[in-house]
Every structure is written in C-alpha cells, then in structure tokens.
Design a protein around this ligand. Sequence first.
Ligand code: NOJ
Length: 557
Amino acid sequence: MKWYDNAIIYQIYPKSFQDTNDDGIGDLQGIIKRLDYIKNLGVNTIWLNPIFVSPQIDNGYDVSNYFAIDPSIGTTDDFEQLIKEAHERDLHVILDLPINHTSDQHPWFKDALSNPNSIFKDYYIWQKGVNGHEPNNWGSFFGGSVWTKVSPESNNYYFHLFDKKMPDLNWKNVEVQRSMADIAKFWVDKGVDGFRLDAFIHMAKANLKQMSLKSGKYPTDDTFYAKLPEVKQYLSGFVSEVKEQNPDTFLFGEASSADSHQAAEYTRPEEDECDVIVSSNNYGEVYDDDSKVKGFFQPRKFSLDHFKETFVDWESVLANISYPALTWGNHDVSRFVDRLNLPTDDPKLQKSLAMMMFLQRGIPIIYYGEEIGQHGLKYQSVDDFDDQRAVELIDNLRAQKFDDDDILALLNEEDEMTARGPFQWDDSEFGGFSNVQPWNWAKQLPASAKAEVSDDNSMLSFYQKLLRLKSTSLFSQGDYCLLATNKDILAYERTINDSYGIVVINYSDKPIDYVLPTNKNLKVALANQKVDVTGQVVHLEPWGCCALVKEEEEING
Ligand code: NOJ
C-alpha cells in the first residue's frame, strides 16, 4: 500500500487562503500559519493551486517560470519552510502542474516568437492560416478560436486551448517531454509529494487541418483535442521518470470530461499512469434542462438518483483499479452550496451531503472553506465579471432581453470566481484573511472558522469527526456496496475483513424508518442529529444521516 491510498486532500487556493503581508493576496506564509488548523481538520494532504511565477492571466495556470514561486505568493525559502513544517505534521504537499501549456511570457515562447532560429519553435504548435482565416474552426475552452495570429500582418498562427496568452506545448517534441519531466523532478527533489496534472488529457491533438463538424462559430470539440491515444504515451513517459525519482510521488490527473471507463484507462496500476483521476462528471448533479441557458453556465441541481447512478458506476468500474475522487467541486465551479439548488439551507443537509460523498470508497478532496459551510462571493453587478466566458454570456443574454438582475443572479450561482473568495477565518471586516481588501472581494454570507472551532455542533466539528471516521481502514479501504432503497434514501455498506459499516441518509423533509439489511448489533459512529436504532430499524429525522458500525468496533467519529 502507498501513503496516498489513504489520502484525504484539502485543496487550497493560495491567493485566497491567508494573507500575511497585507497586499490582499494570500501567500505561503499564510498557509504555514494555518497548518495546525489544517492538521486538526483531519486531512493528511494539501493540494495547492499553481504557485509558480505567472502573469496571472489565469490565476497561475499560465506559468512563465516553473522553477520559482510567484513573488505575490512567496519565495523559494517560504516554500522550503512550508514543506518542512507540513512534513513535521505528517501533511503531504501536492503541487498543481500545468503541463499542457505555458504562459506567452515564458522564455520558450518569447524566444520562439522573436528568434527565427529559436530552438524552442518546436515547443509549440503553429499553422498557416487558410484563405485569410484561422487554420481550422476549432473553439477554445475560454471562448473564440484556438488560433491566434503571431502578429496582425502575419499568416502564421499559434495554438491555445485556453486563453490566447496560454500557448499549448507540442508534446510530440521529445524536448518538451524531457523539460516537463525535469521540472517535476526538480520539485520532487525539494520534497514535494505529488502533482495534480492540469489538463493532461489535452496533451495530444488530432490532425490540425481537420474541421469540426459541430455547429457554431468556434465549437469546442473534444474529438480533436481530448483523450487522444497519444495522451497515454506522453503520460507514461512522464510518470515513469517522476516515479523513478521517487516512487512514492502521487499523481492525480485532472480529466474534467472523463467518464469512469476513461478514468480506469488512465489509472491502470500495472502501467505508468496517474494514481487517481479527478473528473467533473462525478459530482452527482444534473443540469436543469428547463433553463434557457445552456453550456458552461447552465444551472444545475442535486439529484439523489443521479448521485446513486454515478457512484454505482464509478465505484464498480474502478473497484480493482484505482480510487474514485470524492469531491463536491473545486475552483472551476461555484461552491456546491450555491450551485446545487438544494431544497433547504439547513446545515444538516450539508452535513448529510458531506457524509454521503466522503464515506464512499475513494479519495476525498475538500475545497477550502467547504468545511465551515462557506458560500461563494455575491457580486453586486454583472460588470464585476470580466473573464471572457462570462462577458460572452452577458452579451448573449442581454441580446435575448434577459434582465441584468437575472444575469447577475445566474452568474452569482454559477461563475467560478464566486468560489475563489477569501477564507472566512473570523467575523472581522475581511474575515481574518487580510487587513486590506482582498484581491477577489464581494459580499459574503457570514461564516467563521474561529466560532466553529469551539462549537461541537458546527459544520467544522462535523467534518473533523467525519474525517476521523474516513481515516479508518473500513471507510478508506473497505469494499463498497450501494443498497436498493426507496427514492429519498441513500444507503451503502462498507466491509473489510470482520469490520462492517453502513451509511444511511434521509434526503427528505420527513422522518423515515429504514430497515437495516443486517441483524448485526450496530452502534452510531456519527450522525448529524439524534438518531434512534431499535433492532433493525433506524429512525432518521428530516435530512438526517448516520454511519453505523458493529458494536464491538473501536471507531468513533
Ligand atoms: C484546469 C484548471 O483547473 C483551470 O482552472 C484552468 O483554467 C485550466 N485547467 C487551464 O489550465
């Protein structure tokens, strides 16, 4: 077994976690200051969104120097201190590594653009335009074409799947493959325990002369630039080098569009691949088909049926291969308490959702602030949203005569920037995050880690107990079996050796009696309110949840 088979990950958006030098931007010293809080939460791993030098066009996913820390976040000394202090507390540190693209300010790209004999030309992807147009009609994930002209007079274009200031690397080039492995190995030597491989499924592209058959001006079309066969080849070259440097390095790949079978394909233990895949297809949510808004900002809602289907699928497909990632979201979507259109704000429901997700078989990833029930930022005007996708949406909806207030409400519910707000440490003006106005700032619903620490009934206390339970071999390693129940109930069993556990959730506003599938003597290991177990019947109040284990079991949340 590897250490990461029991990983419980806490995702930190460094810019928004804790500012210590009063510039309104979170920093590494801030993370160091909060390591005891993180440890007490009960996680054993932190994942930091990118901290390398970056012009911050995409908040660090546009890297211009992979060997140094962005000055707004800290220094190499700070990073070494962070690694040391994290390791002293048995916390592992995972860095986010954008491997599909660099910033256009990266010296490789600058040289490739300005120097006709540049050895870095072949680090990127270029094509000539066709009849005054882009080489093809493929769309970028951030809106517009994947192609940008190198200069207005030129007919030469470079390729970018994301922002035009983030040119894609040409992974066909063995020098690119070697350079990326060298970068990873540099950080492994500094003591880093793993990497999140950002956008790795896009490393290979199809024939650049092909046209997308999808409609629209620049349709995004995975067929040509996601999950192509060569991805596995590039991945395995990279992974074998990194694991040779340190076989304990944990690699989790971001494959937002992967289904369970594709996740299995990228995590086969006998091959040099990722250890875990994180996809946005396993949040258990469904799109609201009645909405007039489609695509990226389409409203979503939680569906218990869909959650069941999703996890039966992921758990069974990955059963003997790898662990599913268990998460309610990340920095690329609004916070789940805003996004899922939940039937009630009752914190009991949030606790039930946390239990239903994290006690399954898999690796929990907790998005900073979720453990205190933090909501997203509530911006006051549509003009506060300035990224390309949001601006295109606003133009589009205004053209359809949507009211600005409705557009604002939609964006506050769906836009990812709302999820990237400052952590709410206390109830002071800027939430204890900073003494000055944070870089990303708008109204916030009240929440306070300080108040929750000393309240045994708080969300934070519940998460602490839940993660203690998760750390047991039963809930981290045990087999998983979803039970057939009626529609408002979710129940699953976990078993390992002689240990047995069952999780039961009442997803309704009415009390329920659930008849257990076993006559073993069970006790309550954790519940979000009082729960009554009489014989084989569990009585759960509205939005109630409980985890039951065998009477003689020595585990308590
Ligand atoms: C996925 C990251 O999570 C997202 O924030 C970023 O914009 C893209 N990859 C591009 O790096």
